[in-house]
Design a protein around this ligand. Structure first.
Ligand code: SF4
Length: 391
């Protein structure tokens, strides 16, 4: 049974799918065990639902079949959770179905997230044969002590093995996810993680700063003083170290937390930052199509019962302007002022002259080649800069 605004989304067919390109996100909410910091929609010990879940996911995709006509799917991202925890037959079923239903571009980027403790040669071979051409490996840290401290199920050796296996199975585009600000992580630890990650020669590295979310076991540990994460200054130092070291190793920083070798930026994530259209399938998955946002229920059981698209929010012009500013200034190249003028009929510089003058004088933003971008100093206080610009 489908409920709430799903009908409204489908009923709103006229403005949907006017743009040609689309990205697909498929959420796989199963994990071997919960990491201590995790507040994502993912669950351990629910593997008995895997087959039903995959059927629900594929039938959700089928529901969009007619509306996918006229679109080209440029990127597919299978994330989670731990997609590589699914048995090989279910992974194969998903990929086969995507190929059958989604109008994939010949050069589509197809990424799967992999937890190093869950990949095998057999799985990676099948994934490559089914068209997966990008592997995003959740390395997080390159020290077993730190991995254990956040409840990861894998070791550093398994991360190295996952990269080697990926390579030997023909996957030429590999991302390593790393985390800054782990409990008991020193600057020296972070440098060691960076060096070990670079030594594996991935095409892409993400270095996100850990946010200790309320309600997670890690939050409780920090609250009672059992573990200590680095303070803000130490974290900023680690971010600076990442920028310098990765840059010297040939990785250009193209987004606040993302670095890539030439032409290896994550095309899927760029769609989010540039406000392209994407369709999210699975529990907790978000979508944005023709400036309408909607999301599936977070609960696995609700999703299995057939509930879809519980919130549908058509974005107003002001909201679109805000989003454009907030998302595009995450990118190092910044916000395209011509594109902004074309979309909103407004000259951003003219309407924000005073604030921009102040921020320019403070060295927080710059304008170059019709792009407004945050400087390194500005990116470190991005929220404060945005508050000024949005005021
Ligand atoms: S593997 Fe990822 S999704 Fe699963 S519990 Fe750990 S952080 Fe969360």
């Amino acid at each position: 049974m489908q409920t709430s605004n799903w009908g409204a989304v489908q009923g709103n067919a006229a403005p949907l799918f006017q743009q040609k390109n689309l990205s697909l996100y498929l959420h796989i909410p199963f994990c071997k065990s919960k990491c201590l910091y995790c507040d994502f929609a993912s669950w351990a010990n629910q593997d008995h639902w895997m087959a039903d879940y995959v059927d629900a996911l594929l039938s959700e995709l089928d529901g969009w079949r007619a509306k996918l006509e006229g679109r080209t799917v440029q990127t597919v991202y299978i994330g989670g959770g731990t997609p590589t925890l699914l048995p090989i037959n279910l992974l194969e079923k998903i990929l086969y179905h995507i190929r059958k239903v989604a109008p994939l571009a010949p050069q589509a980027e197809i990424t799967i997230e992999a937890n190093p403790g869950t990949v095998t040669r057999e799985k990676l071979t099948m994934l490559r044969q089914c068209g997966v051409n990008r592997l995003s490996i959740g390395a997080q840290a390159m020290e077993d002590r730190l991995l254990k401290g956040i409840g990861r199920i894998h070791t550093v050796a398994e991360t190295c093995e996952a990269v080697a296996l990926g390579r030997s199975c023909g996957i030429e585009n590999i991302n390593l996810d790393l985390m800054i600000g782990l409990p008991e992580q020193s600057g020296r630890d972070w440098f060691q993680t960076l060096e070990a990650a670079i030594a594996l020669k991935p095409e892409h590295i993400s270095a996100y700063t850990l946010i200790v979310e309320e309600g997670t076991p890690l939050y409780a540990l920090v609250e009672r003083g059992a573990v200590t994460p680095p303070d803000e200054d130490e974290t900023i130092e680690m971010q600076r170290a990442a920028i310098d070291r990765l840059q010297s190793a040939g990785y250009a920083r193209y987004e606040i937390s993302n670095y890539a070798l030439p032409d290896r930026e994550c095309r899927h994530n760029l769609v989010y930052w540039l406000r392209g259209d994407y369709l999210g399938l699975g529990c907790a998955a978000h979508s944005m199509i023709d400036n309408v946002r909607f999301e599936n229920p977070r609960s696995l059981q609700a999703y299995l019962r057939g509930t879809r698209a519980i919130r549908r929010v058509p974005l107003s012009r002001e909201e679109r302007m805000e989003e454009t500013l907030m998302l595009s200034t995450r990118l190092i190249r910044g916000m395209d002022l011509n594109a902004y003028r074309r979309e909103f009929g407004e000259d951003f510089v003219a309407t924000h002259t005073k604030t921009l003058d102040r921020l320019l004088n403070m060295g927080l933003v710059e304008i170059h080649a019709n792009h407004l971008y945050l400087t390194q100093k500005g990116l470190e206080v991005q929220n404060a800069v945005l508050v000024e610009l949005l005021a």
